[in-house]
Structure formats: structure tokens, C-alpha cells
Design a protein around this ligand. Structure first.
Ligand code: FES
Length: 117
């Protein structure tokens, strides 16, 4: 049975052979703590580093490429926009926020920013 390894949370999710599953949906279903906000490719909060299994993922579509920019080339994917047919391993920064929030343009999801971290 193929499985997604959510490395940062040290949790696995298995799915049936022959299925193609959405990575964020699987994380939410199993209560795995992947950061996310919009689930529609807009915020970039759920960007995950693909550590293994890139060959099992569907290629990034235009929206995902536009949102991630050069992060795609660094190995990142948006969980909400990514489907897998086989084993894959992902890691992430548990404190990450939306890409616009990082630029200071968005709301106050960030904690420990003002010199407390
Ligand atoms: S949750 Fe917003 S881009 Fe995936």
C-alpha cells in the first residue's frame, strides 16, 4: 500500500494502490498538523518540501507555479494542489505562514515575530 510520510509530524497515511490522493486532504483527514489556510492554491501556507517520491506526484499546475515561483524549483509543492499516486515524503516549517503574510502584507498569523523568538 502506498503511503505519504509527513516527516515533520512523523506520521504516515496509507492509501489504496491505484488511487490518486490529494496531499492536504489526507493530512486533514488524519489530523496531521500541516499548516494551511485556503485549500485553493492562493495563500501558500501549505508549502511542503518534497523529500522523496517526486516522481509519484502530478506535475505542478499553472496556479501552483504562479503561487510558489522559484520555490517549485527548490522542491516545494502546495499540499492542497498536489496529488500523489505512490510513496512520498514531505517536510515543512511548523511555524510557516502564508507567502503574502511573510512579506508583511497579510494578517497576523505569525507569532513570535517581534523579537520574542
Ligand atoms: S492552503 Fe492555501 S495554498 Fe494551499
Amino acid at each position: 500500500m502506498p503511503r505519504i510520510y509527513f516527516k515533520t509530524a512523523d506520521q504516515y497515511v496509507e492509501f489504496a494502490e491505484g488511487e490518486e490522493v490529494n496531499v492536504l486532504r489526507m493530512a486533514i483527514r488524519e489530523d496531521i498538523d500541516v499548516p494551511w489556510q485556503c485549500a485553493s492554491g492562493n495563500c501558500g501556507t501549505d508549502r511542503l518540501m518534497v523529500e522523496e517520491g517526486a516522481e509519484n506526484l502530478d506535475p505542478p499546475r499553472r496556479r501552483e507555479r504562479a503561487r510558489l515561483g522559484e520555490l517549485v524549483d527548490e522542491g516545494y509543492r502546495l499540499a492542497c494542489q498536489t496529488y500523489t499516486r505512490g510513496d512520498a515524503t514531505f517536510s515543512w516549517d511548523p511555524d510557516q505562514v502564508g507567502l503574502d503574510d511573510e512579506d508583511g502584507a497579510g494578517g497576523g498569523a505569525r507569532t513570535g515575530w517581534a523579537g520574542t523568538g
